[in-house]
Design a protein around this ligand. Structure first.
Ligand code: AMP
Ligand code: ZN
Length: 110
């Protein structure tokens, strides 16, 4: 989608610190990390938010990548976050799963 920064990252039109790629998703380190490890997993196809995912296959592609990447990085414990909508903290409207590790996390999240 034009003017979507994460589409541009997925299409290699702008650089990112890529850590994983397969046919359907890419993962890259967050520009403003909130933990020693903080990366984002995105589908290559544009969906604005979790509310817009239209197939179980797309869900599967995104979520099955998370433990695969964690294992590759040697991470066994991590926090996953998906912000959906502005009031939930979403600022980039291309769905992304935050994966954070390397410190203790509080619950409930703020
Ligand atoms: P959210 O607030 O859930 O929409 O998360 C958006 C995340 O994207 C934030 O953690 C930002 O730091 C991160 N971010 C924004 N632009 C980039 C970029 N060009 N490369 C990597 N991370 C980014
Ligand atoms: Zn997009």
């Amino acid at each position: 989608m034009a003017d979507c920064i994460f589409c541009k990252i997925a299409n290699k039109e702008i650089p990112a610190d890529l850590i994983y790629e397969d046919e359907n998703v890419v993962a890259f380190n967050d520009l403003n990390p909130q933990a020693p490890v903080h990366f984002l997993v995105i589908p290559k196809k544009h969906y604005a938010s979790l509310n817009d995912i239209d197939s179980e296959e797309a869900f599967g592609n995104i979520f099955s990548a998370v433990p695969k990447i964690a294992e590759k990085l040697g991470i066994k414990e991590y926090r996953t976050v998906i912000n959906t909508g502005e009031s939930a903290g979403q600022t980039v409207f291309h769905i992304h799963v935050h994966v954070m590790a390397g410190r203790n996390f509080n619950w409930p999240a703020g």
